[in-house]
Write a new protein. Structure first.
Ligand code: UFG
Length: 329
């Protein structure tokens, strides 16, 4: 397959590129490098620096490269930032996708896999969450991702584009090589923040709320290894190549861990005491998010290989302990 990976220098994008190249596929990357890193670009991928909101850039790219499937990661993804800067999210996530779809229609590229999120559900009515459960996002990030899904639905119906939307739960971990991993600026995700403590960059981890209706009072999340997410993208691209219909899939392990449990596993993995302090709740955090991924398993044949939280955190630690400043010096 000839695959165009938009946002292939970002966290999940770079891991998917590594997996595609390991699987022998031809990969072209486009990334504006605003949140992605040149060092995360796989040396065997062809790289174009550019922005999906730039129609001339996309037209030139599609004219030059023969593309079978687009995998679209190029979006802003910080929940807190989306609340304070919603227009940035509408511009990059929605306007960017509109320009991309215009360019795909013109170029006759008719298959796309794209990143969606558990944030499309908002506060779930039940767990595990199924794909046809109500979608009521509680922040602009989730809202723009849900709107992207709807844009694909209507544009796909009108112009014959087939899509797979992958709703990730909590992406974490790093490539087994230790060459690429998670690097956000600012960092807001639990596991990289915890690992800043044994790395000497933070004195303690804050636990945002211990009065939720969960077994130890802290929030429950479904942590899914980024390498397993990467495999789902390959399967989704193959599914579309084989003529599969447009569809939406949850991607998680179906097992929830509390914040305290994650901290405990990080203590065991790193051998560091990792002091923790309970602080007030963070606005907008649902008490529990756990996926049902039965549909991805049945329809795509997805089979996550790295479900153990110990293994996930060990892989993250391999990356963070050797790259305490991410891709920086
Ligand atoms: N948390 C802490 N302390 C911290 C950081 C996080 O206690 O310093 C807690 C949060 O309150 C939450 C849990 O750890 O309960 C996980 O938080 P993350 O920020 O790592 O992840 P979220 O569950 O908030 O967000 C993830 C993805 C988003 C996606 C969202 C879906 O990162 O992209 O799931 O709701 F939108």
């Amino acid at each position: 397959m000839n695959i165009l990976v938009l946002g292939g220098a970002g966290y999940i994008g770079s891991h998917t590129v590594y997996a595609l190249i390991e699987a022998g596929q031809n990969v072209v990357i486009a990334d504006n490098l605003l949140t992605g890193f040149e060092q995360a670009v796989h040396p065997k991928a062809k790289f174009y620096k550019g922005d999906i909101r730039d129609r001339a850039f996309l037209d030139a790219l599609f004219a030059k490269e023969h593309i079978d499937v687009v995998i679209h990661f190029a979006a802003c993804s910080l929940v807190g930032e989306s609340v304070t800067q919603p227009l940035k999210y509408y511009d990059n996530n929605l306007c960017g996708t509109k320009v991309l779809l215009e360019a795909m229609v013109k170029a006759g590229v008719d298959k796309i896999v794209f990143s969606s999120t558990a944030a499309t559900y908002g506060e779930p009515k039940r767990v595990p969450i199924l794909e046809d459960d109500p979608t009521e996002p509680t922040n602009p990030y989730g809202e723009t991702k849900l709107s992207m899904e709807k844009m694909f639905k209507w544009v796909g119906a009108a112009h014959g584009i087939r899509y797979v939307s992958l709703r990730y739960f909590n992406a974490c971990g790093a490539h087994e090589s230790g060459e690429i991993g998670e690097a956000h600026n600012p960092e807001s995700h639990l596991i990289p923040l915890i690992l800043q403590v044994p790395n000497g960059k933070r004195e303690f981890i804050s636990i945002f709320g211990d009065d939720y209706p969960t077994k130890d009072g802290t929030c429950v999340r479904d942590y899914i290894h980024v390498t397993d997410l990467a495999q789902a993208h390959i399967l989704a691209a193959q599914y579309l190549m084989a003529g599969g219909e447009s569809d939406i899939f949850n991607l998680g392990n179906g097992v929830g861990f509390t914040v305290k449990e994650v901290v405990d596993v990080a203590r065991a993995v790193t051998g560091h005491p990792i002091p923790a302090r309970v602080e007030p709740r963070r606005a907008g955090d649902p008490a529990q998010l756990i996926a049902s991924s039965e549909k991805a398993k049945t329809v795509l044949g997805w089979n996550p290989q790295h479900a153990s939280l110990e293994e996930i955190i060990a892989s993250a630690w391999k990356w963070h302990s050797t790259h305490p400043n991410g891709y920086g010096k």
